[in-house]
Write a protein that binds this ligand. Structure first.
Ligand code: FAD
Length: 393
């Protein structure tokens, strides 16, 4: 698959698939290179939430929350078989760090940022209903708030976006690993390995959507382009029997106050996540014993039935990597905004995507498309991504 493309995308995670869809919808020729499988990286190892991120209100990321809630509403409409609304429960105990009044303010702001639509209601579960909350520990329980957010299957969502891109003419090379690129005056010469052979193609723009590998890929470009200071942060999830029937539980880790979710996923209970700094080859990321211990500790703290070792046998575990701006302090408080870094301000030849959220993939792809448009030839648009329905295979 050599030749010339308007846009070459390296990486078939949610961002790569989204960028391929947006570029193809704008009428451009697109080739996406994926080294192993679609969604093989972080896009199959997330918490599967399509959400505004209630906890990001605490770190003042209002723009991100508003955009995420807008995208949530759009995805609920465009992908009803892939993204569904879910009831979330936040139990407040005698010793919880977050107080009732803080939650009321947070949930009111969340509802406001969601545009006060039909999903924006929230309330408290009557005490008479507490016994139906999946065996939640009632000892010291003061209040249980409920509100709505959404859940997806991240692997299926990524595949659906890629199929949508392909239906608009985007080409997919898989497995095909981008090994580097050389900048030219008005474009880029992209090298990749496919079927054991080294190949090359020309592109007006290379979009680096390699997720946790994006820094390595950016450093393989000649002449060198600037790369921001980044950090990889590992997050682990566990899978157990006995999915919660009522919805998702949003819990506060009794050890450090971090948000932990207990949720149903593919007929199992999923609990996550941790935040541990990661060094090394992203392909080797795996749950560590201390993370398993930490997550089981939170689960057992809130759901006493899991204190029985037989009930808390693990059915699966997986870890993924967040790409965050480097900085001091806890990863929890670091910005979750996507960083878009072009090789030059006017007519970029390479645009790298660092970090971000599953939820905002479409908005990010639209921003990428707007940034690279000056580098691309004029074409007739085929579709608008805010109107394209997404279906599971
Ligand atoms: C633990 C955890 C929980 C999360 N939970 C949520 C959540 O609930 N909600 C939410 O909105 N967001 C969540 N996120 C964030 C979200 O998962 C990520 O932002 C998103 O999946 C990143 O997608 P991506 O396409 O940038 O990267 P990835 O999904 O990692 O995709 C990169 C792809 O590039 C490929 N690749 C790498 N190098 C090359 C190369 N040289 N050539 C070709 N291909 C290459 C890889 O194989 C991979 O498939 C979570 C993240 C983590 C880590």
């Amino acid at each position: 698959m050599s030749g010339s493309f308007d846009v070459v995308v390296a990486g078939g995670g949610i961002h790569g698939a989204g960028v391929a869809q947006a570029a193809a919808a704008a009428g451009h020729s697109v080739l996406l290179l994926e080294q192993s499988a679609l969604a093989a990286g972080s896009s199959s190892r997330s918490s599967k939430l399509i959400h505004g991120g209630l906890r990001y209100l605490e770190s003042g990321q209002l723009r991100l929350v508003r955009e995420s809630l807008h995208e949530r509403a759009l995805l609920l409409r465009l992908a009803p078989d892939l993204v569904h609304l879910q009831k979330f429960y936040i139990p407040l105990y005698e010793h919880s760090r977050r107080k009732s009044w803080q939650l009321r303010i947070g949930l009111s702001l969340y509802a406001l940022l969601a545009g006060l639509d039909s999903t924006a209601h929230f309330g408290t579960v009557p005490r008479s209903d507490w016994a139906s909350l999946d065996g939640l520990d009632l000892h010291g329980l003061r209040q249980v708030f409920w509100y709505h957010d959404a859940q997806t299957d991240d692997t299926l969502l990524t595949a659906a976006v890629m199929r949508s891109a392909q239906s608009l003419g985007a080409e997919l090379a898989l497995p095909a690993r981008c090994t580097g690129a050389a900048l030219t005056t008005d474009g880029v010469q992209v090298r990749y390995l496919q079927g054991g052979a080294e190949r090359e193609c020309a592109a007006r723009v290379l979009v680096n959507a390699a997720g946790p590998w994006a820094e390595t890929l950016a450093r393989s470009i000649t002449p060198p382009i600037s790369v921001p200071k980044l950090e990889l942060v590992q997050g682990t999830h566990l899978l157990l029997d006995g999915p919660p029937q009522r919805g998702v539980y949003y819990l506060e880790s009794p050890r450090d106050g971090r948000a932990i979710f207990v949720m149903p996923f593919r007929g199992q209970l999923m609990v996550g996540t941790t935040e541990v700094r990661f060094h090394g080859d992203p392909a080797t990321v795996a749950p560590g014993p201390h993370e398993v211990h930490y997550l089981l500790g939170v689960l057992r703290h809130y759901f006493p039935r899991f204190r029985d070792p037989a009930a808390s046998e693990l059915r699966g575990e997986f870890a993924g990597l967040r790409v965050l701006p480097a900085g001091g302090g806890h990863a929890f408080h670091r910005s979750r905004e996507t960083m878009l870094v072009p090789d030059r301000s006017a007519r970029p030849r390479v645009l790298s995507i660092y970090g971000g959220k599953l939820t905002t993939w479409r908005a990010v792809a639209a921003r990428v498309q707007a940034q690279i448009a000056p580098s691309l030839p004029t074409r007739s648009a085929k579709a608008r991504t805010d109107q394209l329905e997404l279906r599971p295979a």
